[in-house]
Design a protein around this ligand. Structure first.
Ligand code: IPE
Ligand code: IPE
Ligand code: MG
Length: 255
């Protein structure tokens, strides 16, 4: 007779330490204003996107020192397919170039890179680059960098609802998980703590609607190509000065 099931000696199990990525805040960014930045300089919109891509690298590098553990960047919405085909084609090339150029840097900086959104409409060369970049950075734990391409929050909700059809007593977490799966995010499903939109518009444009339920919103007129790590720091500082209530009353007023 086997006694192996009586031999467990360690009765208290230590909870796993959270990774740096898990202990930092989740910041989502709508990187808007590239076209207007270029127009103001008498240049084509595409010049704004090229300038904007350079800013992404700087912001990603600055994020961990700002206490950010997850950074979700809105790079291309499902509605952006409606733009002129030349602009769309350039953006797709830029995304691919970014992934190829940044993968090594991400490994060095311990950044896990993941693309969220639909994958059935993007060019196959981009899809290949996505798979390589994700695989190469899969074990990185300092920052979860998620770049949203062909992304629509309402689409994610609809697709998730479709998958869960007929399931009873559905929980919020289960819906969150299904939405993550739809968008190819295999890590922890997190609410957004701080949403930043550059470029002066004050709207969500179908970005992370569900995850932003209690996000602090931060809008700046600064156009994306002009956005700096110092601007990011200011936004995070402002975030920490705000009081989040989640529907409750402030501690001082309670009792
Ligand atoms: C954001 O900048 C980048 C993408 C949507 C890809 P825009 O291209 O929307 O710039 P504006 O809003 O026209 O200035
Ligand atoms: C949202 O910006 C999408 C990205 C920044 C990628 P848009 O420029 O597409 O949004 P609208 O059209 O101004 O709402
Ligand atoms: Mg725009």
């Amino acid at each position: 007779m086997s006694h192996t099931h009586h031999t467990v000696k360690h009765t208290h199990v230590r909870a796993p330490q959270p990774t740096p990525a898990q202990s930092g805040i989740h910041v989502a960014m709508i990187m808007d204003g590239n076209g207007r930045w270029a127009n103001a300089r008498g240049r084509p919109r595409t010049a704004g996107h090229i300038a904007g891509a350079r800013v992404v690298r700087k912001i990603v590098e600055a994020a961990p020192d700002c206490g950010i553990g997850m950074l979700t960047l809105y790079a291309f919405s499902a509605d952006n397919w409606a733009r002129p085909s030349r602009e769309v084609a350039l953006l797709m090339r830029l995304f691919r170039r970014y992934l190829v150029a940044e993968t090594d840097r991400c490994i060095t900086n311990d950044v896990r890179m993941r693309i969220i959104g639909r994958r059935d409409r993007i060019p196959s060369e981009l899809l290949r680059a996505i798979k390589v970049a994700e695989e190469a950075t899969r074990h990185c734990t300092r920052l979860d960098l998620r770049i949203a391409v062909d992304y629509s929050s309402r689409d994610a909700l609809v697709r998730a609802a479709e998958r869960l059809q007929g399931q009873e007593n559905l929980s919020r977490d289960e819906l969150s998980r299904a939405m993550c799966q739809v968008d190819h995010w295999d890590g922890e499903c997190r609410d957004v703590d701080l949403l930043i939109r550059t470029g002066g518009e004050q709207r969500l444009s179908d970005f992370l609607l569900w995850e932003c339920a209690y996000a602090e919103l931060y809008f700046t007129d600064r156009r994306w190509p002009d956005f700096t790590p110092a601007d990011l720091e200011s936004a995070v500082k402002e975030f920490h000065s705000r009081e989040r209530r989640f529907g409750s009353v402030p501690e001082a007023a309670a009792g």
